[in-house]
Design a protein around this ligand. Structure first.
Ligand SMILES: NC(=O)c1ccc[n+]([C@@H]2O[C@H](COP(=O)([O-])OP(=O)(O)OC[C@H]3O[C@@H](n4cnc5c(N)ncnc54)[C@H](O)[C@@H]3O)[C@@H](O)[C@H]2O)c1
Length: 420
C-alpha cells in the first residue's frame, strides 16, 4: 500500500475530509469540476466549514494536491468517487454526476486499478450502472483488469464529534482480494474500525436504509404531532413520558431537508418500484415529512385567527435557512417551503441565518437574507433551525407585543411558545 496513490473525485462535504484523512498516510490527488471550490481550497478556505485552514494547510501541497485537470489523477491506482446523488424534480434518482464522474475515471483507468464509490445510491448502481461504463469506455475487463468497491460515507455535517475517522467504515469489494485490500487501505486511517460487507449491493443497501430509517422515524413523530395538535396534547411532553421506557426510540418532530435523509429514500423506492413493488411506508414517510411546512403555517394561521388577527401583511421572521443546525448547507432546505407557504397566506416574511453564505442564499432563495435583527418587529417568529448561535437570541424581544413564536425544534423550551 506504500505506493498507493489515491484520486478522490468530487471534493464536497464527503470528498474533502476523506482526501485530507487519506493524505495523512498516502499521496492524494483531489479532482473536482468546480473551479471556484478548488481555488478556495487551494487558498485554505473550505466553504462547507468541515475543515479548518489549519487542517488543510497540514497536508496541502505535500501529500494532498487539488486540481480541476483530470490528467493530474492519471498516476493514481485507487479512485474514490464522492460526487452528489440528487433527485430530479419528479423525485427520481439523478445519476448524472455519478455517470459523468465514472466517464472521467474511465479516461485515466489502467490495468490493476480499483474504483471505489462512496456516493449514496440504490443497490445495484455500482455493478449495474458504473461497471458497464468503465468496461465500455476503457475496453478493460471487470475483475480481471480493474476492480471496484463500495464504501458508504456516514459523516454528519456540522458534527465535530463524529468525524470521518471516528465512524466505523463499511467496505465492500468486487473480489475477495479487492475487499482485503480496501479493508486494509481504509483501516489504515479509520480509527473506529472496518466492517467488511459480504457484497457490494449489501453495502449500498446498508447506507440507503440508514437514512431511510431516520426519515421514517421522524415521519412517525411528525404524524404524532399532527394528531396530538388536534387533541390539544403537547407532543414533546408525550415523547418525554414515553421515552422513559428503555426501548422507546428518541426522535423529535421537525423539518426533514438536505440531500441525504430527504432524498435517499427515493433512491430505494425507485429501485423497488422498478422491481414491481411500490413501497408503502417509505413513500408515506416522505409525504408526511414534506407536508410539515404546510402544517406549521396552518397552525400559526389558526392561532392568529383565534386572536382575531389575520395573516394578511402580518410580519414573520424565520430563524434559520440551512437544512440543519450549525451547517452552512442550503440545498433542499425545507425552510424555503416554509417561506413560500407563509407568502401564500399573505405574510411578509424575513429570514435570518448567520451560518448561510449571503451569495449562496441569494442564489437559492432569490432574495437577500437579513444581516441584523431589530427588536419588536414581528407578529410571528419561527425558529426553524437550531443553530447554537441562536441560543444568544431572545425571541420575545424580537416579536411585537401579542406576537407568537413557533419553535419548530423545541429549542427554547418556553411554555408560551407553539411547538410541533
Ligand atoms: N453531505 C453529507 O452529509 C453526506 C453524508 C454521507 C453521504 N453523502 C453522500 O455522498 C455523496 C457526496 O455528497 P456531498 O455532500 O459531499 O456532495 P457535495 O455537493 O458537497 O460535493 C460533491 C462535489 O462533487 C463535485 N462534482 C460533481 N460532479 C463531478 C464530476 N463529474 N467530477 C468531479 N467532481 C464532481 C462537485 O463540484 C462538488 O464539489 C452523495 O451521494 C451524498 O448523498 C453525503
Amino acid at each position: 500500500m506504500k505506493n498507493t496513490s489515491i484520486g478522490i473525485i468530487g471534493l464536497g462535504y464527503v470528498g474533502l475530509p476523506l482526501a485530507v484523512a487519506f493524505a495523512s498516510k498516502y499521496q492524494v490527488i483531489g479532482f473536482d469540476i468546480n473551479e471556484i471550490r478548488i481555488k478556495e481550497l487551494n487558498k485554505g478556505f473550505d466553504s462547507t466549514n468541515e475543515l479548518t485552514p489549519g487542517q488543510l494547510s497540514k497536508v496541502m501541497g505535500c501529500s494532498l494536491k487539488l486540481t480541476t485537470v483530470l490528467e493530474d489523477v492519471s498516476d493514481c491506482t485507487t479512485f474514490i468517487v464522492t460526487v452528489p446523488t440528487p433527485v430530479t424534480s419528479s423525485k427520481s434518482p439523478d445519476l448524472t454526476p455519478v455517470i459523468k464522474a465514472t466517464e472521467s475515471v474511465s479516461k485515466v483507468l489502467k490495468k490493476r486499478d480499483t474504483v471505489v464509490y462512496e456516493s449514496t445510491v440504490y443497490p445495484g448502481v455500482t455493478e449495474e450502472v458504473c461497471v458497464p461504463i468503465l468496461e465500455e469506455k476503457t475496453g478493460l475487463k471487470f475483475n480481471e483488469d480493474f476492480f471496484v468497491g463500495y464504501s458508504p460515507e456516514r459523516i454528519n455535517p456540522g458534527d465535530k464529534k463524529h468525524t470521518i475517522t471516528k465512524i466505523t467504515k463499511v467496505v465492500s469489494g468486487s473480489t475477495p482480494e479487492t475487499l482485503k485490500n480496501l479493508s486494509a487501505l481504509y483501516g489504515s486511517i479509520i480509527e473506529a474500525g472496518i466492517y467488511e460487507a459480504p457484497t457490494i449491493k449489501t453495502a449500498e443497501a446498508a447506507k440507503v436504509i440508514e437514512n431511510t430509517q431516520r426519515d421514517i422515524n421522524i415521519a412517525f413523530v411528525n404524524e404524532l404531532s399532527i394528531i396530538f395538535s388536534k387533541m390539544g396534547i403537547d407532543t414533546h411532553e408525550v415523547l418525554k413520558a414515553a421515552g422513559t421506557k428503555w426501548n422507546f426510540l428518541n426522535f423529535f418532530p421537525g423539518l426533514v431537508g438536505g440531500h441525504c435523509i430527504g432524498v435517499d429514500p427515493y433512491y430505494l423506492a425507485f429501485k423497488s418500484e422498478a422491481l414491481g413493488y411500490t413501497p408503502e411506508m417509505i413513500l408515506a414517510g416522505r409525504r408526511i415529512n414534506d407536508s410539515m411546512p404546510t402544517f406549521i403555517v396552518s397552525q400559526i394561521v389558526k392561532h392568529l385567527l383565534k386572536q382575531n388577527k389575520t395573516s394578511q401583511n402580518a410580519k414573520a421572521l424565520i430563524l434559520g435557512a440551512t437544512f440543519k443546525e450549525n451547517c452552512p448547507d442550503l440545498r433542499n432546505s425545507k425552510v424555503v417551503d416554509l417561506f413560500h407557504e407563509l407568502k401564500e397566506f399573505g405574510f411578509k416574511a424575513d429570514i435570518f441565518d448567520p451560518e448561510a453564505d449571503p451569495e449562496t442564499f441569494l442564489k437559492e432563495y432569490g432574495f437577500q437574507k437579513l444581516s441584523t435583527l431589530s427588536k419588536n418587529q414581528y407578529d410571528v417568529l419561527i425558529l426553524a433551525v437550531s443553530h447554537d448561535s441562536f441560543k444568544e437570541l431572545n425571541p420575545k424581544e424580537l416579536i411585537k407585543e401579542g406576537g407568537v413564536v413557533f419553535d419548530v425544534k423545541g429549542f427554547y423550551k418556553d411554555k408560551d411558545f407553539l411547538y410541533l
